[in-house]
Design a protein around this ligand. Structure first.
Ligand code: NAG
Length: 328
């Protein structure tokens, strides 16, 4: 009997030792993990992870820190323009955290690039990029731990708000100031001011309808052709199909556009408007009726041909649009 008790005590003690060793090992590895993350974080505010590191530092327990991960595709051959912009915003947010007063080891920002960790994308069944996810220190991920880009966008301020909701850490976004807009505006005012000053004795030109008309048209063409969209979204100039090697100047859907396309549309719009102006001029012009007729025919031709081209561009982007004219 005593032998049994001895054995039992032995086993219990042994198990206790095993468990406590395990706990200590876990604690050690948690300490190591946090230390490693801090070390990386000292060099960069966004920690770049491949598949293995992602599993070790973000997925595996134990953890006592939150990680915000951006899963993205930044390699140029992936031609993900949104990823680049999202990355800039994420960088601003991560820097705002990294250099804030409250910076601590409670929260880390990390990035997994598709070309370094495609297995991560597969294991989470992700088919789009970028995706922002929060990995809490404890417990399962919830639906709200994935940032809803479609609804809230990826501006650093919106991401900060979401991070605040998920982690209770409020980050004040600090944007490095951008003076280029101000400089251009100041130059513009200086030029206009200078012009008015030198022409101060002869301000007739201010009453010139044609020059105002041309300025207005230039602004209208720039805006209706989507130059502002280009400025904000930075689309590629054109696109080469990697399979056929064919160049595409027009984006195949109404969700996007290429820079080349906006110039084409701008030219077509201009040609249509010039056609209308010719028609108008032919009506009011004095003199030779033969010239009038030629001008109105040329104007009519311009309007018909270029408007048809414009329609066919629209048709190619907006699948299922039923109307066309002259050209398919
Ligand atoms: C997490 O655990 C490690 C190791 O025990 C510790 O050094 C670190 O300060 C902890 N972090 C937080 C936010 O409590």
């Amino acid at each position: 009997m005593a032998a049994y008790i001895k054995l039992l005590v032995f086993v219990v003690i042994h198990m206790f030792l095993l468990v406590s060793a395990d706990v200590r090992k876990k604690e050690e590895s948690l300490g190591d993990k946090v230390q490693q993350l801090m070390e990386w974080n000292n060099k960069k505010s966004i920690i770049r992870l491949n598949g293995d590191k992602f599993r070790q530092y973000v997925k595996a327990s134990p953890r006592n820190y939150s990680v915000i991960v951006m899963l993205t595709a930044l390699q140029p051959q992936r031609s993900c323009v949104v990823c680049k912009h999202a990355n800039d915003e994420f960088q601003i947010l991560a820097n705002s955290w990294r250099y804030s007063q409250q910076y601590s080891n409670r929260l880390f920002f990390a990035l997994v690039d598709y070309d370094e960790g495609s297995d991560v994308f597969q294991s989470m069944k992700l088919t789009t990029a970028p995706v922002f996810m929060h990995f809490p220190p404890k417990g399962k991920q919830k639906k709200a731990d994935t940032h809803d880009i479609n609804r809230n966008g990826y501006a650093a301020e919106m991401l900060a708000k979401w991070v605040g909701e998920r982690t209770d850490i409020q980050i004040r976004v600090f944007r490095p100031p951008n003076y280029s807009g101000t400089v251009i505006l100041a130059l513009l005012f200086a030029m206009i001011g200078g012009l008015l000053y030198f022409k101060r004795n002869n301000l007739e030109f201010l009453y010139n309808k044609t020059s105002w008309g041309i300025i207005s048209l230039a602004i209208i063409f720039a805006m209706t052709s989507g130059q502002m969209w280009n400025h904000i979204r930075g689309p590629p100039v054109m696109h080469r199909n990697p399979n056929t090697g064919q160049m595409h100047y027009i984006h195949g859907s109404s969700q996007g556009q290429f820079i080349m396309e906006t110039y084409i549309v701008m030219l077509l719009n201009t040609a249509v408007v010039v056609g209308f102006i010719m028609l108008n001029e032919a009506q009011t012009m004095k003199g030779d009726p033969g010239k009038k007729r030629i001008l109105s025919l040329v104007g009519l031709g311009c309007v018909t041909i270029f408007f048809s081209l414009l329609l066919s561009v629209f048709r190619s982007k907006y699948q299922g649009y039923p109307y066309s004219f002259l050209f398919k």
